[in-house]
Design a protein around this ligand. Structure first.
Ligand code: ZN
Length: 151
């Protein structure tokens, strides 16, 4: 049991030390900045879409291990996906990190390696760290989308 936990922590730590897609996107058509005052995390998301598909995505900023690993894995997994696939993925991810620790640990397969972040559900304060990159992503997607500015 503890070796599985160690493995998960190792994956998170590896993404924290060497985050994927940690760079600007030249000519990005969507961007947003997110801040988690509880922890001090700051993330900037940049992406470009082609039709409804995420073509390029990168992030910058200064976050804790959970935020940085979450942003690193999120940017990996959403590349090439449609906006509606990304929205569905976030619903699954959010359900996972906000479920109660005693709940069955069977997650939808589309989450892939994002399931290493399931451990944050034991630390409610860390859930905001894990979801910050996603919230920033959706803020970026809303920006420049005239159909969603009327909410
Ligand atoms: Zn944090």
């Amino acid at each position: 049991m503890s070796s599985i936990k160690d493995l998960y922590q190792q994956v998170i730590f590896d993404h924290y030390r060497r985050p994927h897609n940690f760079h600007e996107i030249p000519g990005a058509d969507h961007s947003a900045e997110g801040h988690n005052p509880l922890c001090g995390d700051r993330v900037k998301l940049e992406l470009s879409l082609e039709n409804d598909v995420v073509k390029e995505v990168g992030f910058l900023g200064d976050g804790c291990a959970i935020t940085t690993a979450s942003a690193s894995m999120m940017t990996d997994i959403i590349k090439g996906k449609t906006i509606s696939q990304v929205e569905e993925l976030f619903q699954h991810f959010h359900r996972m990190v906000s479920s109660s620790p005693g709940e069955s640990a069977t997650w939808p397969s589309d989450l892939g390696k994002l399931t290493v972040l399931a451990g944050v559900r034991e630390f409610p304060a860390r859930v905001k760290c894990a979801t910050l990159p996603w919230r920033t992503l959706f803020a970026a997607l809303r920006q420049g989308d005239e159909t969603s500015t009327a909410e």
